[in-house]
Every structure is written in structure tokens, then in C-alpha cells.
Design a protein around this ligand. Structure first.
Ligand code: AMP
Length: 220
């Protein structure tokens, strides 16, 4: 833990709050791999693996993929060599069962979570952000038409890949995903508070302001 052992940090917050954007910036800063469960599912979907096809039915309607599938996938990812120094987890855990499984898996290795960065914002802010979101088909980088547009319309700044709107980026699915978050993921706030692991970050800040607040926390 801390300065010497691997660093495991969780980004927690509702869909659309900016976890993915901030995770990209933080992983660079901390030299930790970005482990995003949603990205892992999308990679599996692209590769048409059994796992990807199983996850698709849940993802398309904004529901959570069952815990057993999700936990196995993320624990497997954390066992890869590039996670030896730790990881920045984004989008996982999303249920108390996942949080417990993560705690157990780390404890088995003699490790523990360092901190949970909890970013929150009101639903109207989340819906506005989810509305203009475009994702790179190639590298997964995320853009927003208003808040962080690409330099060239429809093309990724990082790799030149084509930008597309995710299948789960529709107004109806956005509202459903926020409701699912309130119901199944929000209880993690108290769960981590009890463990004295939670740091709250204001999700209404602009992109740079939020990065500054997050960096101040993890580098404190
Ligand atoms: P995200 O990219 O984090 O917004 O995730 C996209 C979708 O993948 C979610 O709406 C879920 O269907 C699924 N998903 C991602 N992470 C998890 C998780 N930890 N537990 C269950 N489902 C997940």
C-alpha cells in the first residue's frame, strides 16, 4: 500500500460525470494502467468473444452485466503483469458484491485499496454531458461536442480513429443508466465511507478543475 506497494485507486461516480476523461489524465500522471470495466466489455464485444456477446444484451439496455461475469473479468485483468504496480479502476466496482470481491481479491495478495475518488454531479449535468459524447472506435478516447471537441470533426486527436456514438448513448438509456446507478451503485458511497476510503470531488467543475482536484488528492 501507499508509497511502497502497488496503488489501487477507484474512480466512483454516476455515468456522465467524467470518470473516463479524468481516468485518462490520471493514469498518465500516476503511471498506472487504466482498468475500465466498460472498455473491457467493449473490447470483448468488438472481438466477438462469448463474454462480449453475453454482456451486449445488458449494455444495450443500460443494465449492469451480472456480478459473476464482471468480477471474473476484472480480477483476471488485475492479474496481468502491467498491473503489478497497481491500477486505476474506472466503472468497477458498481455493486456492493463487486466491491466486496475486489477487497477480497486484493487482500488475498496482501494488498488493499488506497482510496476511492467519488465524483458526483446532479442529474441535469450528467444528462447534458452524456448527450454530446463521442468515442474513438480505435483507442476508446472520449470526446464531447461542447466540452472537449476533437480538433478535427469525427476524428480522434490521439490516433486518428473514427469517432462514433456508443449504442448505449441514447437519451432513454442515459436516464436508465442514471437510475441503475442510484439503485445499485450509490450504496457504495456509504460502504466506502464506513471504511474511511472515500474522497469527494465536485463533479460540476470543468475538466481541468476536476483534474486539479483529483491530482491534489492522489499526490497529497
Ligand atoms: P461504462 O463504459 O462504464 O459506462 O459501462 C458501459 C456498460 O458496461 C454499463 O452500462 C454496463 O452495462 C456494463 N458495465 C461496465 N462496468 C460494469 C460493472 N462494473 N458491472 C456491471 N456492468 C458493467
Amino acid at each position: 500500500m501507499g508509497e511502497t506497494g502497488p496503488r489501487y485507486i477507484v474512480l466512483l461516480g454516476p455515468p456522465g460525470v467524467g470518470k473516463g476523461t479524468q481516468a485518462e489524465r490520471l493514469t498518465e500522471r500516476l503511471s498506472l494502467p487504466h482498468v475500465a470495466s466498460g472498455d473491457l466489455f467493449r473490447q470483448n464485444l468488438k472481438a466477438e468473444t462469448a463474454l462480449g456477446l453475453q454482456a451486449k444484451t445488458y449494455m444495450d439496455r443500460g443494465a449492469l452485466v451480472p456480478d459473476d461475469i464482471t468480477i471474473a473479468m476484472v480480477v483476471d485483468r488485475l492479474a496481468q503483469p502491467d498491473c503489478a504496480a497497481g491500477a486505476l479502476l474506472d466503472g468497477f466496482p458498481r455493486t456492493v458484491a463487486q466491491a466486496q470481491a475486489l477487497e477480497d481479491a486484493l487482500a488475498q495478495q496482501g494488498h488493499a485499496l488506497e482510496t476511492v475518488l467519488y465524483i458526483d454531479a446532479p442529474a441535469d449535468v450528467l444528462l447534458a454531458r452524456l448527450g454530446g459524447r463521442w468515442t474513438c472506435r480505435q483507442c476508446g478516447a472520449v470526446y464531447h461536442l461542447l466540452f472537449s471537441p476533437p480538433r478535427v470533426a469525427g476524428r480522434c486527436d490521439e490516433c486518428g480513429g473514427e469517432l462514433y456514438q456508443r449504442a448505449d448513448d441514447t437519451p432513454e438509456t442515459h436516464r436508465r443508466r442514471i437510475a441503475v446507478y442510484q439503485e445499485q451503485t450509490a450504496p457504495l458511497v456509504d460502504w466506502y465511507k464506513t471504511r474511511d476510503l472515500l474522497t469527494e470531488i465536485d463533479g460540476t467543475l470543468d475538466i481541468d478543475g476536476m483534474t486539479a482536484a483529483l491530482v491534489a488528492t492522489v499526490e497529497a
